[in-house]
Design a protein around this ligand. Structure first.
Ligand SMILES: [Zn+2]
Length: 217
């Protein structure tokens, strides 16, 4: 949270509104606005945090930005006070990419909720991507690498190395990833992959939600 170089009020309000006044940390999603005792006032415990710091030496400072760009809404993310403190206390863990991804997910969650989409992530029910990254780091890293090479491929198969398989789908080997089928099952449970197996080979499709998480725009 920067005091110097704070965002102008309209930018703060915009950032807050675009995520329904909820903290953008997918593991938090705390509501940041509510009533005060005074019937004419509300309480706001949210913060428009800087993705790259407002001043040199601050967290994730990017000297290539102009001061105008630093104060732009594109450089802000709406967080609760605790999460704002957290992301500024460990800029190695909370990278620019991670914060942009949080922002994206939070805006998508707000839109889903707004549109009343069936099965939409509501409130605290946002996909716990951090937990998934911790559960299967190698698998998600390989998927991420594959999507960077083949950004429009979504279909993938699970194979054993001794099998001869011809096909240009993405593929993951049982030998490379212990409990591979169970890991895929977890992704299925979160609707991040869909099982489209029709023959002997385990075949799946990555959903856009997972692709977006792996390769944020
Ligand atoms: Zn929070």
């Amino acid at each position: 949270m920067q005091v110097r170089g704070d965002f102008p009020t309209p930018v703060k309000v915009l950032l807050a509104k675009r995520v329904g006044y909820r903290c953008s940390n997918p593991n938090c999603r705390m509501l940041t606005i509510g009533p005060q005792v005074d019937p004419l006032n509300s309480v706001n415990i949210g913060v428009a945090a800087h993705i790259t710091a407002a001043s040199p030496g601050g967290p994730r400072y990017d000297k290539s930005l102009t001061s105008e760009e630093r104060g732009d809404s594109s450089n802000g993310i709406w967080l609760c006070q605790k999460c704002a403190k957290l992301v500024d206390s460990d800029s190695t863990r909370y990278t620019i990419e991670k914060l942009l991804n949080w922002k994206n997910l939070a805006e998508q969650a707000a839109l889903n909720e707004l549109e009343g989409r069936p099965g939409a992530s509501k409130g605290t029910e946002v996909i716990p991507f951090q937990k998934l990254e911790a559960l299967m780091p190698e698998l998600l890293a390989e998927m991420r690498e594959d999507l960077s090479k083949f950004p429009v491929r979504r279909e993938f198969v699970l194979l054993k190395k001794k099998w001869t398989y011809f096909g240009n789908e993405l593929h993951y080997f049982y030998e490379d990833h212990p409990d591979l089928r169970n890991k895929i099952r977890i992704l299925e449970n979160y609707d991040l992959v869909k099982d489209i197996t029709s023959t002997g080979v385990d075949r799946f499709v990555l959903t856009e939600e997972l692709a977006q998480h792996l390769m944020p725009l």
